[in-house]
Design a protein around this ligand. Structure first.
Ligand SMILES: [Zn+2]
Ligand SMILES: [Zn+2]
Length: 145
């Protein structure tokens, strides 16, 4: 596992429309393994990819570093259960954030009381970059996937 971005899957992200994401969105570029994680703020609501629900905690983990870097602290992956029984995973900066999300979203019945995954501490790494890729870098990155 990459100690900086928490996964051994060095080119797993972006998951959806990878070329568009690399071209149009600011990326967290892991200084250790080179993996790009979308860290773009949606201009409409200020949210980033890591604020959205994920199908599994493994997928959420691919975005956890972007959350930790943004919040400058270890964020937690929480299991959220909807009233209809569907389970999803969301990253929150704290259990209090998770609870206020549940209060605002009444269709979500409950969340795990503790994160299903969280790093012990937040560590900064010296070679991290947060920027858009160049056209050449996009070609190279896509070829490595
Ligand atoms: Zn993106
Ligand atoms: Zn990495």
């Amino acid at each position: 596992m990459c100690e900086e971005c928490y996964t051994p899957q060095r080119r797993a992200t972006p998951l959806l429309k990878p070329t568009d994401c690399l071209k149009n969105h600011t990326q967290y570029i892991c200084g250790t393994c080179g993996r790009c994680i979308c860290i773009e703020h949606d201009p409409k609501n200020g949210l980033q990819r890591w604020n959205f629900p994920f199908k599994s905690s493994e997928i959420a983990k691919l975005y956890l570093r972007a959350a930790d870097h943004t919040m400058k602290k270890p964020c937690g992956i929480y299991e959220i259960k909807a009233a209809n029984g569907r389970v999803s995973y969301k990253i929150f900066a704290s259990t209090a954030d998770m609870q206020s999300f549940l209060q605002k979203n009444k269709d979500k019945k409950r969340g795990s009381t503790a994160p299903v995954f969280i790093m012990e501490e937040y560590v900064e790494y010296p070679h991290t970059q947060v920027r858009k890729l160049t056209a050449d870098e996009i070609v190279k990155y896509m070829a490595e996937r």
